[in-house]
Write a protein that binds this ligand. Structure first.
Ligand code: ATP
Ligand code: CA
Ligand code: CA
Length: 426
């Protein structure tokens, strides 16, 4: 994973596509945003807004540099998710994504062929997705929305928009906009993509030694003897949220997702950080909005930060509904949550490690459940069959969703200090 990605200028092969995506977002999102907010209806989940761009322009769409069509899916649902549940400031959102056509491209880090683009301030990711993933997201949108509403602290990918660009020769590109789990202002010293599957889940250690940005996998985690260092308080909250999130993923029959874990060591600090400076160099004339600047500079002191204290107070004063089978764990309820503070993203955008007394340690974790749009369809069933001939059918990555979800959850629970230990999975 390159730290910065390649910035896309006019001479880049994907410049036109990116220009079209961002122009579409700018017009589509601001159209929706200009209207007065209203409660969602069922129809909003199946709504689509179409825009046709050309070099001349018309009363609906301003002139654009290229001819293309843009489709905005369920715009009101995503607006509501962004504003009410993910607390994204609408102006910030548009500014980050479209104020200047500078995005950096991560290329295609996964095997799927998807492309990833960062917004210039590194807060948002545009991921191109397959048509099947696109249809799948539309299919589960209602359920996803309800889950987010009921689980303000969900670790699932935060989807901010679902769109399609159609190029003149008919090529259709679907994409989502989602949160970048990693912070713009902190180095990530180790990255893991964990599934709870052990077969083929190892990044070669010799290559990792020369590539600090390698995305490591389950077996690297286990062999390196890693643990998520979280004291009883955070551990209980994280386990409970992961339990709820994996139950949701099971209920919509998806699999192949992973827990992305970025580890920042406060002792190592940001010496190796070039990202911030690079962004500055390439976009010197773009002011950072005061709001996002404020955000990145706040919450200094981990669990004892004012935000965390306020959150704890809110948690205590609320009348927490019992969840799950463990009656001792309460996640804060939606209306008692100060919406700007998400438990798992409260310490400089992440979750600071704590010891058994819940006192802060010098590590910040950046975590979330990603790649959640793969249903267990024909392709995955075939993979399950073929890979199962060679290896243990329970340990390979493609297994049916309910098995996948249970295995995922038990792995995550076991890799936390105080849990049963990851060694169990070797
Ligand atoms: P495959 O299906 O082969 O796993 P994919 O193209 O669907 O690949 P993802 O699994 O979604 O890709 O992501 C690939 C990598 O991109 C991740 O391992 C991670 O390093 C990075 N990445 C993905 N989503 C995010 C995110 N929200 N924040 C930060 N990094 C991300
Ligand atoms: Ca993946
Ligand atoms: Ca994928």
């Amino acid at each position: 994973r390159p730290l910065v990605g390649n910035l896309i200028g006019e001479d880049h092969v994907n410049y036109v596509l990116m220009y079209n995506m961002l122009t579409g977002i700018r017009i589509g999102v601001s159209r929706c945003q200009a209207k007065i907010k209203r409660p969602l209806t069922d129809l909003d989940f199946s709504a689509r807004h179409k825009f046709s761009f050309d070099i001349v322009g018309n009363e609906l769409t301003p002139s654009a540099k290229y001819d293309f069509k843009f489709k905005d899916y369920a715009p009101w649902v995503f607006r509501t998710l962004r504003e009410d549940h993910f607390t994204i400031d609408p102006a910030d959102y548009l500014l980050s994504l479209t104020s200047k056509y500078i995005l950096s491209e991560l290329g295609s880090p996964g095997k799927s062929g998807s492309f990833f683009y960062f917004s210039r301030d590194y807060r948002f990711i545009i991921k191109t997705i397959r048509h099947s993933e696109h249809k799948f997201l539309l299919g589960i949108l209602k359920g996803y929305y309800e889950h987010v509403k009921d689980n303000p602290h969900t670790l699932l990918s935060r989807f901010y928009g679902l769109h399609r660009v159609k190029l003149p020769r008919g090529r259709k590109i679907h994409f989502v906009i989602m949160n970048n789990l990693f912070p713009p202002h902190k180095d990530i010293h180790e990255t893991f993509d964990l599934k709870g599957s052990t077969v083929g889940r190892e990044y070669p250690e010799d290559k990792a030694a020369v590539n600090p940005r390698a995305v490591l996998k389950d077996m690297n985690w286990v062999n390196r003897g890693k643990m998520l260092e979280l004291g009883p308080e955070k551990r209980a909250l994280l386990i409970e949220q992961l339990r709820r999130d994996s139950e949701f993923l099971k209920s919509v029959s998806v699999m192949d997702y992973s827990l992305l874990v970025g580890i920042h060591s406060m002792q190592r600090g940001n010496r190796e950080n070039v990202r911030k400076n690079t962004l500055k160099v390439f976009s010197p004339d773009i002011p950072v909005s005061p709001r996002s600047r404020a955000k990145s500079l706040t919450s200094k002191g981990g669990i004892k930060s004012p935000e965390a204290i306020a959150m704890r107070r809110a948690m205590r004063s609320s009348d927490p509904k019992r969840i799950g089978n463990d009656s001792s764990i309460h996640l804060p309820e939606e209306d008692s949550v100060d919406k700007h503070h998400f438990i798992f993203y409260q310490d400089e955008g992440g979750l600071r490690a704590t010891d058994e007394k819940n006192d802060p340690l010098d590590t910040i974790y950046y975590l979330g459940v990603i790649d959640i749009l793969t249903p267990y369809g024909v392709v995955k069933k075939m993979e399950h069959f073929w890979k199962g001939l060679k290896d243990d059918r329970r340990k390979i990555s493609p297994v049916p969703p309910s098995e996948y979800g249970d295995r995922f959850f038990s792995f995550m629970r076991a890799i936390m200090r105080g849990g049963e230990g990851g060694a169990k999975f070797t």
